[in-house]
Every structure is written in structure tokens, then in C-alpha cells.
Write a protein that binds this ligand. Structure first.
Ligand code: ZN
Length: 105
């Protein structure tokens, strides 16, 4: 009788572990985002990338284009200075330090 109880306990713990691992995996792939394909060079990388892309429900994050380098970045990671969006604070500073690009041209 005790062995059955142990088996059930093991089963529940196993299920919980699988669930926790899956959640961790999903979070990791969400965090890496676009760099996912570059980082995973394994043979399974492509299939996993497609699956995670389908599983991601929220892709509604608006993207902005950096006024300095032209890179597209998620709005939450962007820095807006003087009404112009930048991918990072460094680019905002670099853009501001330069004399206005329109006059220089
Ligand atoms: Zn930039």
C-alpha cells in the first residue's frame, strides 16, 4: 500500500517538474526573442523556433525605428528624446551631441 502511495507521489512530482520545465523553456525563448535562431545552432533549433513562434500569443508590442542607427526595437526598450525614438540611451546621446543632421547635409 505504501508503495502505491509513493508511486502516485512520484507521478505528481514528475508532472509538476515537466510543467515547470516547459514554463521555464517558454520564458527563455520569449526573453531571447530574435536572437533565438542565432543562439541555438542545434539540429532541433528551427523546429523549436517555429513552435514557440506559434505559441506566443502576444506579439502586439509596437516597434520603433532608431533615429540614429535605423534598428527596429520594441517600444518598451526604446528611449525617446526630443520626440525621436532611439534603440538605446547611448544612441540618443550620440544623436543629440551631433549638430542637426538636416543642416549638415
Ligand atoms: Zn540605435
Amino acid at each position: 500500500m505504501r508503495q502505491i502511495f509513493l508511486l502516485i507521489l512520484l507521478f505528481i512530482v514528475g508532472q509538476w517538474l515537466v510543467k515547470a520545465l516547459r514554463r521555464h523553456d517558454a520564458q527563455a525563448s520569449q526573453r531571447t526573442g530574435g536572437a533565438d535562431a542565432k543562439g541555438q545552432s542545434g539540429p532541433n533549433g528551427g523546429a523549436r523556433g517555429a513552435a514557440s513562434a506559434q505559441a506566443q500569443p502576444q506579439l502586439a508590442e509596437p516597434m520603433i525605428r532608431c533615429a540614429e542607427c535605423g534598428v527596429h526595437a520594441p517600444k518598451s526598450d526604446s528611449v525617446v528624446v526630443g520626440g525621436q525614438p532611439f534603440c538605446s540611451a547611448a544612441h540618443a546621446q550620440r544623436h543629440g551631441a551631433r549638430p542637426t543632421g538636416r543642416d549638415a547635409r
